[in-house]
Design a protein around this ligand. Structure first.
Ligand SMILES: Cc1cc2nc3c(=O)[nH]c(=O)nc-3n(C[C@H](O)[C@H](O)[C@H](O)COP(=O)(O)O)c2cc1C
Length: 207
């Protein structure tokens, strides 16, 4: 039995295009993988620990091979809990809106917690940086008000897709598939969402 973790980063619930497509993906996935577990992490409901001074010092202590202070132990435990949930999943589905050409701040907060030495990446002078989250497929659903996909002429504005591929690639992901839901701020929104759902169903059937 595999676990599929859905990381949800729109706060718009039933009005969200990215969540609607993700729900369709999950329904199709469940039809072919009935015994798999689906876990949802709603980043707007989750109690994400602050990425504050103690946490940053805990991160640098790991990088420098130093012991954690009691404050850093507490901060690091909270980080480990988030990373463990992520790493215990076999497959990841990430759905997100574009916000100001990039990703919503809750997702950036989550990524800042997740990207940690010894947990999701390693560093050594000999080998440099190495991603530690290996062998897991990732499907990313990008919802956008405008259109930035290939052939749109606005590709250079898209710092959403480029960043997601870069950071998850850094953590070790090599199998990253994308579903574009765009443009949603348009009279053709319903057709756009339906077309994305069709593509999502295709990817889900072979995920
Ligand atoms: C704060 C904010 C910033 C946004 N910035 C952009 C943007 O830079 N480019 C764009 O095309 N759409 C932008 N949008 C529109 C959303 O990306 C679009 O409505 C998308 O469908 C939202 O996904 P969701 O329905 O899953 O929340 C923005 C929306 C919000 C709320």
């Amino acid at each position: 039995m595999a676990t599929l973790l859905h990381i949800q980063s729109s706060p718009r619930g039933d009005r969200s295009a990215s969540i609607a497509v993700a729900k369709h993906f999950i329904a199709t996935y469940q039809a072919t993988n009935g015994s798999d577990r689906i876990e949802t992490l709603d980043l707007w409901e989750a109690a994400l620990p602050e990425f504050d001074g103690d946490t940053i010092n805990a991160k640098y202590a790991v990088l420098n091979g130093q012991e954690h202070t009691p404050e850093q132990v507490a901060a690091w435990d909270a980080v480990v809990k988030i990373a463990d949930q992520f790493k215990s999943a076999d497959k990841i589905l990430l759905s997100l809106p574009v916000w100001n050409f990039s990703i919503p701040y809750k997702l950036k907060h989550y990524i800042d917690i997740l990207a940690q030495p010894g947990l999701t990446f390693s560093f050594s002078p000999e080998e440099g940086y190495k991603g530690l989250v290996i062998g897991k497929p990732l499907v990313v659903i990008h919802a956008r008000g405008g259109a930035y996909g290939p052939g749109s002429g606005a590709e250079s504005y898209d710092q959403q897709s480029a960043y997601i591929k870069q950071i998850f690639g850094f953590l070790g992901f090599t199998d990253i598939r994308e579903i574009l839901v765009e443009p949603t701020l348009s009279p053709t929104k319903d057709e756009t969402v339906e077309a994305a759902k069709l593509f999502a169903a295709k990817l889900a059937a072979e995920f």
